[in-house]
Each structure stands twice: as structure tokens, then as C-alpha cells.
Design a protein around this ligand. Structure first.
Ligand code: ADP
Ligand code: ASP
Ligand code: MG
Length: 436
């Protein structure tokens, strides 16, 4: 991704070095849905922005839609047509952020802080044409920098951009985090503060495990893994982008008073001081399990099954193959719940050619993952996971591992029990409950 270089910022810091004054810090403040859920919350956010700016910092703000609004928009589109035109879907679902950006600019004005709203196309934040989960291709920081140069706070609608054809495109659910990081990179911000409804990144979702503990810091890589296996506190893409563009990301609460030490910072591995075996645990209920039985046990069979799925753009995640006695095998794998019908359709079309027996699916599964860079140099993490779940009588349906992560698929009804047991087993419990 190319992000416009802000050459006059560079010139300014050179000037100030010459004059002996340091350039003002530039901070991006991003507020999620619950932080702007009604007018009262928007007033509180405006006050937070006013205070940050009063410290002499240049501030750019990114906002999500008021909580619930994007879901409502998605429902509207699906009710009219389950196969709605993706570009029109984006025109509808991006509207929530347009409303909040205008409202926050108005609230800032009421506090005497000059502010103006920006939609994705006004920046412009250019995306590809993958409507519904578009990727950012370029962000021009010029208009935002000019705005801040004039003492005006730009309030940017997150989640949205514009494609090469001039159509509005959205960045996937949770995409305002990615907008914030991309904008922070484009304007070379010193910091990208992600304000949300929890006061940082926890060892696991504090809404599920009361003993979850806030982390002072987490590495980009660990956060990337945790986000990709379900920790929605940051959108996965935002973490990858922050890692590549070296954006300093911090997660903190918009519901409490904060200072420079609040929240959790995301750091490079070599800056990390907390060396733990397991840093965090995440869950996802977004997977569906597909099993095909009596698959002929012969070379090339996995390629013949998975190639058509990948050609259709379906992402197969966990895979397990069990060998039967009769020269046949059973193949179990997961796809996202939204892709299950399409995957089954493709597999049914392939049945005559491959000659497998029956096909079963289940949505009643949860994926539990433990993540930590310490796993690279230590064995035993997997054993602890298997023993802990076995002691609770929880059956492991599929297992998959990567360098710093182990995931297991279990029956959905045991998700909370498994999360709590593992959290304790890895010594992650806080002394007292997180009280979320
Ligand atoms: P926002 O609307 O501000 O973008 P999100 O709902 O997208 O907020 O993300 C915040 C939520 O992420 C929290 O309320 C929490 O339930 C959930 N979450 C999941 N895993 C974690 C974790 N490891 N640490 C903190 N929050 C987590
Ligand atoms: N409003 C969008 C969503 O609900 C984007 C975001 O909140 O980050 O997914
Ligand atoms: Mg979010």
C-alpha cells in the first residue's frame, strides 16, 4: 500500500529543528460505535478531543457509526435482497459513519473547537473494488494536513473510502480501526489512539472471562494472530497495516479519564518487556465444520477437494484428515459460516468426480485459540491446552497450529467453560476480576 508522503510536515519539522522548537505532536483519535452511541456520548467525545487539542497537539478524529446503526443498515439491504448489489450495499452501510462525523463536528463547534467532517471520497481514501471488504490502496493526507494547519479538526468517517470508479466502498466490519491506522500513516501521526468500550487489550475478551487481565503492551504479531482468530477489539487488517507502516497504536477507553499511561500499546517484539508463554486467548463462533466421509485415500485427493473451494474465493481454515481401514479417509475442515452454503454446493458438484460418501456440516462449533510469541522457544503449551480441556470433558474436533498459535475446534456449548479453564491453566487470571 502506498501512502502519500507528507512532504510539508517533513519541511515543518526541519524548520522547527532549525528554530529550536519541537514540532507539535500529531495524534489520531478513533472512536468506535459504543463511544458515539448517542448525543450524550458524542458530547463526551467532543470534550475529549478538545482536551487533547488543548495540549497543543494536532488532532485528527476518526469515527464509527453509532452502535447498532451498521447492523440495521445491513439488515435493510438483506431484507430487500439477500444478493444486494455490493456497491449499493456499501452506499447504504457507509451512511452511519457520515452521520457521526457530521454530528461530532457539530458537537466540537458547540465547544468552540473549529472542526469539519470528511467522507472517504473527500480525502480521498482510495480502495479496490471489493465492495463489502475493500482494501485501501492509497490515502492522500494533503487535505487533512491543510485542515489541521488551519487549526481545524478533521472528523473523518471511518469504514469507508472510494474506488477507482468513484463508488463508495467499505472496509469490512470493524473497518474504522483500519481507516484510523491508514490515516495515521498518511499524516505521519505520532500516535493512533483507538478509543473503545474496554480500557485496553486484555488477555482474553473480558466480557467472557471476568478474570481477564489488561495488558500493558502486546506485540503486533500477537495482536495480529489474536485478531485473526476472533479478538475483535482491533480489526485484523488494522494491525497488519500498523505493523507494516510502523504506526504506534494504543487501545484505551472512551468511558473513563485517560492519560499518557492509559490503555495497551502495541509494540515490536524487540520492544516487548513482558515475556510470557501465552499472551492471550480468543474465541470465534464464526466457523462452520464440514466433514466428507469415505473419500478415496489416494495421492492428490486433498488438492482435488480444496482447489475448487479456493478458486471460488472460499477460505478453508482448519483441516484434519483421518485414515479409515478400507482405503478411504474422512476429511474435516472449517470455513466461515457465511461461506458454508457455497462450499457445500461446490462439494456436491464434485461428488460424482471424487466419489466420496456422505457430507455433514455443523455450525454448532467454537474455535478457541491460544497465542504467544513465547511458544517459539517453549514446548508444552499444546499439552497444557489438551490436558486442561480433557479434564473438563471437552472433546477436540479439529486442531491446528502455527508458530505462535494453537487453535482447537470444540462444541459451541463449551466455549465459555474452555476459555475460563485455559485462562486459569496458563496463569493469566487477574488477582481480582476485571469486572467488565
Ligand atoms: P468498537 O465499537 O469501539 O470498535 P468493538 O466492539 O469492535 O469496539 O471492540 C471492543 C470489544 O472487543 C470489547 O467490548 C470486547 O468485548 C471485545 N474483545 C474481544 N477480545 C478482546 C480482548 N482480548 N481485549 C479487549 N477486548 C476484547
Ligand atoms: N460501523 C462499522 C461496523 O460496525 C465499522 C466499525 O465500527 O469499525 O462494522
Ligand atoms: Mg471495532
Amino acid at each position: 500500500m502506498s501512502i502519500h508522503d507528507c512532504s510539508d510536515d517533513a519541511a515543518r519539522s526541519a524548520d522547527s529543528a532549525f528554530s529550536g522548537r519541537s514540532a507539535p505532536r500529531t495524534v489520531v483519535m478513533k472512536f468506535g460505535g459504543t463511544s458515539v452511541k448517542d448525543l450524550e456520548r458524542i458530547r463526551i467525545v467532543a470534550e475529549k478531543v478538545r482536551k487533547e487539542r488543548a495540549k497543543g497537539q494536532r488532532v485528527a478524529v476518526v469515527v464509527s457509526a453509532m452502535s447498532g446503526v451498521t447492523n440495521q443498515m445491513v439488515d435493510y439491504c438483506r431484507t430487500l435482497n439477500a444478493q444486494a448489489d455490493p456497491a449499493e450495499y456499501d452506499a447504504v452501510v457507509a451512511s452511519g459513519e457520515q452521520v457521526t462525523s457530521g454530528l461530532l463536528a457539530i458537537a466540537l463547534g458547540a465547544l468552540g473547537v473549529p472542526a469539519r467532517s470528511f467522507q472517504g471520497w473527500q480525502i480521498p481514501l482510495l480502495t479496490d473494488e471489493m465492495h463489502g471488504c475493500a482494501a485501501i490502496e492509497n490515502v492522500d493526507g494533503t487535505a487533512l494536513r491543510q485542515c489541521m494547519d488551519q487549526g481545524i479538526v478533521p472528523v473523518i468517517a471511518g469504514f469507508q473510502g472510494v474506488d477507482a470508479k468513484g463508488r463508495i466502498a467499505t472496509l469490512g466490519r470493524g473497518g474504522s480501526d483500519t481507516s484510523a491506522v491508514a490515516l495515521a500513516a498518511a499524516i505521519k501521526a505520532d500516535q493512533c489512539d483507538i478509543y473503545t468500550d474496554v480500557d485496553g487489550i486484555y488477555t482474553t475478551d473480558p466480557r467472557i472471562v471476568k478474570q481477564a487481565r489488561r495488558l500493558e503492551q502486546i506485540t503486533y504479531e500477537e495482536m495480529l494472530e489474536l485478531a485473526s482468530v476472533g479478538a475483535k477489539v482491533l480489526q485484523t487488517r488494522s494491525v497488519g497495516l500498523a505493523m507494516r507502516e510502523k504506526v504506534h497504536v494504543r487501545v484505551l477507553s472512551s468511558f473513563v479519564e485517560t492519560d499518557e499511561n492509559s490503555g495497551t500499546i502495541v509494540v515490536d517484539e524487540d520492544e516487548s518487556v513482558e515475556k510470557k508463554l501465552v499472551t492471550g486467548i480468543a474465541y470465534s463462533m464464526d466457523d462452520a465444520k464440514i466433514t466428507i466421509r469415505q473419500v478415496p485415500d489416494e495421492p492428490g485427493i486433498a488438492a482435488r477437494i480444496f482447489e475448487p473451494l479456493s478458486a471460488a474465493g472460499l477460505n478453508v481454515d482448519m483441516i484434519v484428515q483421518s485414515i479409515g481401514a478400507d482405503r478411504s479417509t474422512n476429511m474435516t475442515f472449517t470455513v466461515s459460516k457465511g461461506d458454508e452454503d457455497r462450499a457445500c454446493q461446490i462439494l456436491e458438484e464434485m461428488r460424482p468426480e471424487i466419489g466420496y460418501g456422505d457430507l455433514n456440516t455443523s455450525k454448532n462449533v467454537a474455535k478457541i485459540s491460544v497465542v504467544g510469541v513465547g511458544m517459539r522457544s517453549n514446548t508444552g503449551v499444546a499439552t497444557t491446552m489438551f490436558r486442561t480441556l480433557a479434564e473438563k470433558g471437552i472433546n477436540l474436533q479439529v486442531i491446528s497450529t502455527s508458530e505462535i498459535k494453537i487453535s482447537v475446534l470444540i462444541d459451541a456449548e463449551y466455549m465459555e467453560l474452555a476459555m475460563r479453564a485455559l485462562h486459569t491453566a496458563y496463569g493469566l487470571d487477574a488477582a481480582e476480576g476485571a469486572g467488565a
